[in-house]
Design a binder for this molecule. Structure first.
Ligand SMILES: NC(=O)c1ccc[n+]([C@@H]2O[C@H](COP(=O)([O-])OP(=O)(O)OC[C@H]3O[C@@H](n4cnc5c(N)ncnc54)[C@H](OP(=O)(O)O)[C@@H]3O)[C@@H](O)[C@H]2O)c1
Length: 312
C-alpha cells in the first residue's frame, strides 16, 4: 500500500457532480486501496454500500461529527461543499480535540474563481460573496498552517458536466434556454470562458490530495483552475449546441449577435430589478479565463470543450 493509501480520504460535498466524479475515479484506482468516506447531511444518491457514509452537518457543532470522523483515524479531507461552511467546521474540529490535528494529514478544499473575477463587482451581493470566500480561504489556510497540515485551495471557474445522477446547473440551464427559445440575442463582443468539467476538477482534487499524502510539499496553496479550452462565450454556446444529439431542440435556436451597446441597453431595465442580474449580463462580455488548465496540472493531453458527459 502507498503512503497515500494509508490515510483515509474523507469527501465533503459528495452529492455534487464533482464529488461523484471523484468517487468514480477513486474506485477505478486499485492501488489506492483505502476506501473513500462520504461526509454530508444525507447519503449521496448511488453511494455504494461498500463505501462508508458518515452523517456530518458542517453547520452543526462538531461534537457528533468529531466522533464520526475521528473513527477513521489518519485522514485527508477533500471538499466540494461551500468553503464558507467547511472553514468554521475545520476550525472547530481542530480546536475540539488536540488529537484531531494529528489525524488530519491534508486538506484540498474547493473555493471559486469568483474570489478573483468578482473582486471589483459593482453590486453588493457579489462583493459579499467575494468577502465570504476570501475569509473562508484565509481561515482554512491559517488553521492548516497552525497545525502543520498541507492545504491546497482550488478556485475553479464555471463547472459543468454530469457524473452519476448529478449534473451542473450552469451550462445545462443555457441548453434548456436554447431548447425553449427560437432566437437567443447575445452581445457581439462576448468575453472568454474556460469551463472545467466536473471530472477534470475531481481529477485535480484527487491528484492534489494523493500528492499531499505522499509527502509532496511543493503543491500550490491556491490554484485558480479552468478547463483545457478557452473560447468566447458565443463559441461556448455554439459548441454546446453542436454537442447535442441530432434533432435536439437546442440546435434550432438561432444565436443573434447584437451590437454590444444595444444589447446592454436592452438589458438595462434589469438594473432596477436586479443589479446582480444586470452585472451578470455585462459579464457576458468580460474575459473570465487565463486560469491553470486542468490537463497541465495533471500532465495529460488537453481535452477539447465540451468534455462528456454533459448534463441534459
Ligand atoms: N457550480 C459552479 O459553477 C462553481 C463554480 C466555482 C466554484 N464552485 C464550488 O465548487 C464546489 C461544488 O459546487 P456545486 O455547485 O456542485 O455544489 P454546491 O451547491 O456549492 O454544494 C453542494 C454540496 O455541499 C454540501 N453541503 C452544503 N451544505 C452543507 C452542510 N451544511 N453540511 C455538509 N455538507 C453540505 C451538499 O451536501 P448535502 O446537501 O448532500 O449535505 C452538497 O454535496 C463548491 O465548493 C462550490 O462553491 C462551484
Amino acid at each position: 500500500m502507498t503512503s497515500a493509501g494509508m490515510t483515509r480520504p474523507i469527501l465533503f460535498g459528495a452529492s455534487t457532480p464533482s464529488g461523484t466524479a471523484l468517487r468514480l475515479q477513486a474506485q477505478a484506482v486499485p492501488a489506492d486501496s483505502t476506501p473513500l468516506v462520504a461526509a454530508g447531511r444525507r447519503r449521496p444518491q448511488q453511494w455504494p454500500d461498500t463505501l462508508p457514509f458518515v452523517p456530518c452537518d458542517l453547520l452543526a457543532a462538531p461534537g457528533d461529527a468529531s466522533t464520526g470522523l475521528a473513527q477513521f483515524g489518519s485522514q485527508r479531507w477533500i471538499s466540494f461543499a461551500p468553503i464558507w461552511h467547511l472553514a468554521p467546521f475545520l476550525d472547530q474540529w481542530l480546536a475540539f480535540d488536540p488529537r484531531h490535528s494529528h489525524l488530519l494529514r491534508g486538506v484540498v478544499a474547493c473555493s471559486s474563481s469568483s474570489v478573483i473575477t468578482k473582486r471589483f463587482a459593482a453590486n453588493r451581493f457579489d462583493r459579499q460573496l467575494v468577502q465570504r470566500l476570501r475569509e473562508a480561504e484565509t481561515l482554512v489556510q491559517r488553521r492548516c498552517a497552525d497545525h502543520g497540515i498541507p492545504c491546497t485551495i482550488l478556485a475553479p471557474t464555471l463547472i459543468y458536466g454530469a457524473a452519476g445522477p448529478y449534473g451542473d446547473r450552469n451550462l445545462s440551464q443555457l441548453l434548456q434556454l436554447m431548447r425553449r427559445l427560437p432566437v437567443l440575442p447575445l452581445p457581439a463582443d462576448t468575453g472568454l470562458r474556460q469551463p472545467v468539467h466536473c471530472h477534470q476538477l475531481a481529477a485535480v482534487a484527487l491528484h492534489m490530495s494523493t500528492r499531499q499524502a505522499e509527502g509532496d510539499r511543493g503543491l500550490p496553496a491556491h490554484l485558480p483552475l479552468g478547463g483545457d479550452d478557452t473560447m468566447t462565450y458565443e463559441q461556448m454556446l455554439r459548441r454546446l449546441q453542436a454537442a447535442t444529439a441530432q434533432g435536439d431542440a437546442a440546435r434550432r435556436c438561432r444565436l443573434l449577435p447584437l451590437p454590444t451597446r444595444l444589447f446592454q441597453l436592452l438589458a438595462s431595465p434589469l438594473l432596477l430589478r436586479s443589479p446582480k442580474g444586470f452585472e451578470a449580463v455585462l459579464r457576458i462580455s468580460a474575459d473570465l479565463a487565463g486560469f491553470s488548465a486542468a490537463h497541465g496540472v495533471l500532465g495529460e493531453p488537453a481535452r477539447p470543450f465540451p468534455v462528456r458527459p454533459l448534463a441534459p
